[in-house]
Ligand binder design. Sequence first.
Ligand SMILES: *Cc1c(COP(=O)(O)O)cnc(C)c1O
Length: 334
Amino acid sequence: MAVFGTVFMPTMALTRFENDTWTETEFVSADSIQMHPGAHVLHYSSTCFEGLKAFRHEDGSINIFRMDRNIERFAQSSRLLNLPEIDKAQVEKMIIDIVSTYSAEVPEPPGSMYIRPTHIGTEASIGKAAAPSATSMLYVLLSPVGDYFAGGLKPLRLLLDETGMRCAPHMGMVKSGGNYASALPPILKAKADVQADQILFCPNGDVQETGAANFLLVDGNEIITKGLDTSFLHGVTRATILQLAKDHGMTVSERDITVEELLERAAKPSAEAALSGTAAVLTPVGTFIHNGKEYQVGNGEAGPVTMKLRQALNDIQWGKAEDKHNWLVKINPT
Ligand SMILES: *Cc1c(COP(=O)(O)O)cnc(C)c1O
């Protein structure tokens, strides 16, 4: 199977914001877009995106997971970047229509169809460094993905970084391109220097998240993760895992956690840690690296609670468990 995110369906759904209104959705070739080299996005990073998945069930139906949440976040990101206000109903229809078009291409579990709505400022105006783009383009790309863990579920090594930041503090909750670019230098350095898989950003000791996934700590029957504020991305998988943990009778604590407390709790033999996100679902963390020392999380292996919650989520997505919270939208293949 190809590398995650490198294969695309040949067409995509697209609309433009021009003259203060959204154009009728078009279905166009997904291999290129045209814009002016002076387009706002290329200079001032007026860009945001979403990531969600459609799943094939055994009855042949195609089901999109928590689309409402992703569209809501897409609207919020657009707003926080002063991009034109998206038309949520139109975006929902664009997603459903393009997934329906390619319903036959949605892989069987553990694969899925990854959906990538993208919104960019297109106004050709390099004088607008401190002003919003008056025009924009919004498209929905599709990428069929296989088993993210085809190579096995190997617990991750995370560098705890107390000095750097993933992005500017007020930008954390915006799913915007510039944030990933700003996190890249420290991540590459951590990979080279201490063979870390990711950095867990903990500015001034405040445990936040990694470059593209939320962080969760399991201590006995309690699951702990930072409470929602503007400093980090509010993951749909995070919210889903917390609900499933509640459904399983666990205590959910959404609150700040310091590096000191994290290391203390992680030392317990039964401790577990995991990263959550749409692409990787729930990935176990086996090791923290902090000030030149290595700390094993629990026994360093993928823990039973992590695996149970991951399975519970996959079972709902794959149509093998009841969808009690109505997280799936079944679409009608055309
Ligand atoms: C997308 C993303 C996540 C995970 O969000 P999901 O909605 O669970 O996919 C977490 N952190 C960052 C920085 C992200 O970009």
